[in-house]
Design a protein around this ligand. Structure first.
Ligand code: TXA
Ligand code: MG
Length: 316
């Protein structure tokens, strides 16, 4: 059984010690729990890929405290600076050109000339970064392709003692992963909708270009099937069958064999916080499928619909 510790001073110091020795520590960010390794340590970073069974061509996000900590790692562009100033610390990841002399394992970027970087807002993540003083490579702390973890228990469920330690900061406050924007060039490109809504970003840098689902060069991680529960997922379901679990949203009657409501009041932020935990709860052997109510596409709804579409996609 993996050890799970409340993130007090001693636990943070122990976590930093484990990381320094090349270990893996799962820690809470405001979006989802991350599986962290010191980004300069090749062997530690390669363990992340092994433990998650993640394809080596899918690069990782670097976590840093702030812009100053990112300076040696990245080549800033105007839109990158504008977005970092507006949204860091917070659930926004910037893809920028990698500083060629950056002291990070080449595995982090899967050999790409670009690197993804973000400054998390969650206090536990920040205390850990203050203690390590090195960038942490951290993907979501789940087996590749499965539902992302928003509690320490979810991490233990998926990875158990493949992780050296889990810091338990309680449930994540945002609940879906960071928005990923490619700002390596002049025109920002939205690679993954997430915790910062498109409208907020566009208010700062103007319209975001879209990336094709199949543009695997630009966006190596955006596989169609992802975030997948074991049971099949059926979208835009108004009326769940008696042998389906029902993931409801808004003021609709409960139905199906069992149901959970993402937000009875129709609040998309509340729905984002609940999404992954409720998908896990409803992923039961005694139901045939998970039927999901329609969810609006505005604001955080874009990220919610993106995750649900991938959860429902044909499995590879
Ligand atoms: O909220 C989050 O972003 C969480 C927490 C732990 O920070 N992390 C996370 O990591 O979601 P992960 O590995 O599950 O997703 C990282 C995404 C992938 O889709 C990956 O392909 C993309 O970022 N990415 C990383 N580096 C990239 C690069 N150089 N170019 C394009 N996409 C990149
Ligand atoms: Mg992930």
């Amino acid at each position: 059984m993996v050890r799970i510790l409340a993130p007090d001073r001693r636990a943070i110091q122990e976590a930093a010690g484990i990381l320094g020795a090349g270990g893996l520590v799962a820690f809470p960010t405001e979006t989802v729990y991350g599986l962290g390794a010191i980004a300069t340590n090749d062997r530690a970073v390669s363990r992340i890929f092994t433990v998650k069974q993640r394809p080596l061509h899918n690069p990782l996000i670097l976590h840093v405290l702030d812009r100053a900590a990112a300076n040696p790692l990245v080549v800033w562009t105007e839109p990158a600076s504008a977005l970092a100033d507006a949204f860091w610390p917070g659930p926004l990841t910037l893809v920028v050109t990698r500083e060629p002399s950056a002291p990070i394992s080449p595995l982090v970027t899967s050999g790409l000339p670009t690197v993804a970087v973000r400054a998390p807002a969650a206090p536990t993540a920040r205390r850990l970064l203050e203690e390590t003083l090195l960038p942490l490579a951290a993907p979501s702390a789940n087996p590749s392709g499965r539902v992302s973890p928003t509690t320490a228990a979810h991490v233990a469920d998926g990875l158990d003692d493949a992780v050296d330690l889990i810091l338990d900061g309680g449930p994540c406050s945002v609940g879906v992963e960071s928005t990923v924007v490619d700002v390596s060039g002049e025109q920002p490109v939205l690679l993954r909708p997430g915790g910062v809504a498109r409208g907020e970003l566009e208010a700062v840098v103007g319209p975001l270009a879209a990336v094709g689902r199949d543009d695997t060069v630009r966006s190596p991680g955006q596989l169609a099937s992802h975030y997948a529960p074991r049971r099949p997922v059926r979208l835009d379901a108004g009326d769940p069958a008696p042998d389906e679990a029902f993931l409801a949203f808004g003021d609709v009657p409960a139905g199906g064999a069992v149901s959970s409501n993402l937000s009875p009041s129709g609040d998309l932020e509340e729905a984002a916080r609940n999404l992954f935990a409720m998908l896990r709860e409803l992923d039961r052997d005694d139901v045939r499928a998970i039927a999901v109510a329609p969810i609006p596409r505005d604001g955080l709804g874009e990220a919610l619909n993106d995750r649900l579409a991938r959860a429902a996609a044909e499995r590879g």
